[in-house]
Design a binder for this molecule. Sequence first.
Ligand code: NAD
Length: 261
Amino acid sequence: MSLKGKVALVTGSTSGIGLGIARALATEGADIMLNGFGDAEQIETLRSEMAATHGVKVAYSAADISKADQIDAMVADAVKILGSVDILVNNAGIQFTANVEDFPNERWDQIIAINMSGVFHGMKAVIPGMKASGWGRIINIASAHGLVASAQKVAYVAAKHGVLGMTKVAAIELANAGVTVNAICPGWVLTPLVEKQLQDRAEKDGKTVAQETHDLVAEKQPMVKFTTPAQIGGLAVFLCSEAAATITGTPLSIDGGWVAQ
Ligand code: NAD
């Protein structure tokens, strides 16, 4: 229980990777502030189950990560309810695919607001408290698409490259404050975000979802295998450990060899 006494705020943790990270941090004893959209009853079941399973406090904020004032209020709520924010995982994110010339402006604005500006506003809101306590961990969930591009993902790729840039800036500013700032860059992880892409592609290509799944992963990753949310949670736990105290400003790939090519 290496994180007992710490509070972790994980954005977009009602599903997928964020949920895997929240569970991994709770397993290590951290109190958790969940965030994300979904059915209110299901979220309450998740909140109380996580608290009971791991013997930690778990709160929930419905803040919309595209709105700076709601992010500020969520951080204030975490401090009020749980006592502090020691670990911030900026994970909330969405996807939309189209060629640049067809990319709808409102989708561009939405992806930049959630996937990129939300990370800035989250870091800005927690840094004063982390500096005051002399300990903090900020983990930004970028992507292989923070390091390399794919067609039809202009907003996503721009946002994730931006996340890596701001990760480095914050890491330098906080280098002697006891606060590390890193980015995790996953390859393919089978979550609702990817399931939607698989269904759309299978329909377009006239393939079964199973065939499309194999082809989608094989197209980018030498290792034809999904990373799991639990494995990404394990990497987040490591970044919170004493062994990782001097790792800062770094993109950590967990991508089956995607960006090694
Ligand atoms: P997901 O769709 O399963 O989960 C996204 C979460 O973000 C959900 O909890 C959702 O409610 C929340 N969310 C969406 N918009 C929000 C908003 N405006 N305010 C608050 N919460 C919001 O997706 P995922 O695959 O788990 O993705 C999580 C992160 O991992 C994203 O940043 C994504 O870009 C990144 N990522 C995913 C993959 C992958 O293969 N799945 C690969 C690399 C990076």
